[in-house]
Write a protein that binds this ligand. Structure first.
Ligand code: ADP
Length: 662
């Protein structure tokens, strides 16, 4: 045995050689043509395709040599393949000590000249060689060597091609065997199919006869094993005319594989007509190159599709409602301030550019008066997660018209609790504001008209009162005094209305000056204490606190809060007024021990015309404009007004305005 067969590499080489299944096959013209060509080009009588087996060299083609194989021990080719990259040329074997005593040299075919190119396969194994042999010594030209190499490559290509075709065929055969075996006969295969996560059915023949269907498919179709053996339309007649049936027929006729996602199919399932949605794959079953059936695999995705449809419907309804309500929708990224919005918002804003509107552009349209307020509110809502609700004015993009808007929003958090989006709606309330304006104008006019006769009435009453005093008519005196008080009450109310209408018409002017809260509170104390006969009013000491604002208006706010405290608490209870500097603000508080305010009313207390309804407040007159005026005045000072209250225990109203910073 030769040394070659001992190594691992040699074993692998032999395995590779055998994988071509070429040894001992019949001669083939294709290969013979190539050896003849080689001999012709090189001018030799012999050319061989020699494959080096374990103990022999076997010739796939042996041009000019009558033997099919020789012993490997005497093989020239076995030498040639030792260096797979090189062409081996022996010009005169009789003079070469490796071959001079070789029987093929000393005897038939009397080899003197030998040139061989190794046949190297894809994996790099030299399987044999293409060689040319002569009985006379000679030398190949470079041209001839080149030609020999080219022909050797041709030989190898042919061998590779054959092997690939054979492997593919085998794999295909194996697959088919596996498929039909598993679907139909093989028990293990059947159980695999039965446990498959998808529903599978195998149709055969032009009628699409049901040859096998797993339980999942029976469940999906809502049928029993009775359908096996029947044609598709006998078994599932409701499929006639449906897309699924047409596609199955198409696969059978064209042989193409068709896949679908969420396709609608109507089935009579367990006696009931049901429409479902399915992902499926219809692939042809091909045997001996013929389409013999169709394999249908399907997954019921009805729930997912319905959920998706529901969501889409909901979304549509939502969008419809939103556009019917003429609501603009906005989303602001809390960090990047990137703005997203719907069409309605663009329409409300009069934004007509094809480029997206930026946050800065939107803010730029807000009037000077409201811009700082809106920016501060947005920042506060984002920072503190507070609800955002602001009514403001801005200029429309397309016609510069000033419009009134109300915007409401809130920051949402993602699953990790991080700030996700600041989103909300905006609506155009210009018309409502105009309506309000008309109402206000009317109230202002009526109030004004009422004031004149009321002033006269008050004068007349005073004259009569003085007369009654003189005549010592006690009864008339008391009645007239009461009458005058009522008139004065009415005047206050009418003044309140006038204030509201003035405020809303923008006619209440905030005249800001620097002043000390200590002095203002002192002044109010001096007015309040002597007029009070019912309560214990305590003014806490106040330190010097400079603010910048409208002194009269801030005074009005404090007086208003005190008169409410008097109005909504029982006689003999205590009212405390304090003013402290806190966090850069002057904070005023008015505390009473009165009826308090229920939680549900707190939020609306500062709304215009809002009054708490109930037994407690029955008989206490008012129009619900006092606190509204207070809050408007405080807002115009960039301050804050709020209340803390416990029903039946009492309330504390607070407001704060920034201290003056020189
Ligand atoms: P009015 O007093 O004219 O009704 P306001 O705007 O001053 O209007 O007050 C609105 C409502 O707030 C009142 O109707 C009352 O129910 C409630 N309210 C105001 N101040 C107090 C208070 N100190 N204690 C309890 N309720 C109060």
């Amino acid at each position: 045995m030769s040394v070659y067969s001992q190594t691992q590499n040699e074993q692998d080489r032999l395995l590779a050689l055998h994988s071509y299944q070429i040894l001992d096959t019949l001669p083939e013209e294709e290969y013979n043509d190539l050896t003849e060509l080689a001999a012709g080009i090189c001018g030799t009588p012999i050319a061989l395709i020699s494959l080096v087996d374990k103990e022999r060299q076997w010739f796939k083609s042996n041009y000019g040599l009558g033997v099919a194989e020789t012993d490997r021990a005497y093989s020239f080719c076995a030498h040639a393949i030792l260096d797979p990259k090189e062409l081996m040329e022996i010009e005169d074997a009789t003079q070469d000590e490796r071959f001079s005593d070789n029987p093929l040299v000393t005897g038939h075919p009397d080899i003197a000249f030998y040139a061989g190119v190794p046949l190297v396969n894809q994996e790099g194994f030299a399987l044999g060689s293409l060689c040319v042999i002569d009985s006379v010594a000679k030398k190949l030209t470079d041209q001839q060597k080149k030609a020999l190499r080219i022909i050797a490559r041709q030989v190898m290509d042919k061998m590779e091609l054959r092997r690939n075709v054979r492997l593919l065929k085998a794999a295909d055969e194996e697959n088919k065997q596996l498929l039909s075996a598993s679907l139909l006969s093989d028990a293990r295969g059947r159980s695999l199919i039965n446990q498959a996560p998808v529903a599978i059915v195998l149709f055969r023949g032009i009628d699409l006869n049901i040859e096998a269907a797993n339980p999942q498919m029976l469940e999906l179709l809502g049928k029993t094993t009775d359908i096996v053996g029947k044609s598709l339309l006998d078994a599932i007649p409701e499929l006639a005319g449906q897309e699924a049936y047409q596609l199955l027929c198409k696969v059978f006729t064209t042989g193409e594989t068709i896949r679908g996602y969420g396709n609608q199919v109507t089935l009579i399932r367990n006696g009931q007509q049901e429409t479902g949605y399915y992902d499926f794959s219809y692939s042809p079953l091909i045997e001996d190159g013929q389409i013999t059936g169709v394999i249908d695999m399907a997954v019921d995705v009805t729930d997912q599709v319905k959920a998706r449809n529901d969501l889409e419907r909901l979304n549509k309804q939502f969008n419809l409602a939103v556009s019917a309500a003429r609501l603009g929708i906005w989303h602001i990224n809390p960090l990047s301030k990137n703005l997203q919005y719907n069409d309605m918002l663009a329409r409300i804003f009069g934004y007509e550019s094809s480029l997206p509107m930026t946050y800065e552009q939107a803010i730029g349209q807000v009037t000077e008066e409201f811009r700082p307020i809106i920016l501060a509110d947005i920042e506060r809502s984002i920072r503190e997660g507070l609800d955002y609700d602001i009514t403001y004015q801005q200029k429309r993009f397309n016609d510069n018209e000033i419009i009134w808007l109300r915007s409401l929003g809130r920051v949402t958090q993602d699953e990790k609790g991080e700030l996700d989006n600041f989103s909300g709606i905006v609506m155009d309330i210009t018309e409502a504001k105009k309506d309000d304006q008309r109402k206000n104008d009317f109230i202002a006019m009526v109030s004004h008209e009422l004031k004149t006769p009321l002033t006269s009435l008050s004068g007349f009453l005073q004259v009569l009162e003085a007369k009654a005093k003189k005549g010592e008519d006690r009864l008339s005196q008391t009645i007239l005094e009461k009458g005058r008080k009522q008139v004065s009450k009415m005047t206050t109310m009418i003044n309140g209305f006038l204030n509201v209408s003035r405020l809303e018409a923008g006619k209440i002017h905030i005249d800001k000056h620097r002043f000390d809260m200590k002095d203002l509170v002192k002044e109010i104390e001096e007015e309040t204490i002597p007029a009070n006969t019912t309560h214990h009013i305590i003014f806490e000491p106040v330190l010097t606190t400079w603010v910048e604002g409208d002194r009269d208006k801030i005074g009005q706010v404090i007086t208003n809060l005190i008169s409410n405290a008097l109005k909504y608490s029982a006689p003999d209870t205590t009212i405390r007024i304090a003013c402290v500097a806190e966090e850069g603000c002057a904070r005023v508080s008015v505390n009473d021990e009165g009826m308090g305010i229920a939680e549900k009313d707190l939020e609306k207390l500062f709304d215009r015309y809002y009054r708490v309804e109930g037994n407690n407040t029955a008989g206490i007159s008012g129009f619900g404009i006092g606190l509204y005026l207070c809050s408007e005045i405080i807002q115009r000072h960039h301050g804050r007004i709020w209340v803390k209250s416990i029903p039946q225990k009492g309330s504390t109203f607070f407001f704060s305005i920034p201290v003056f910073k020189p």
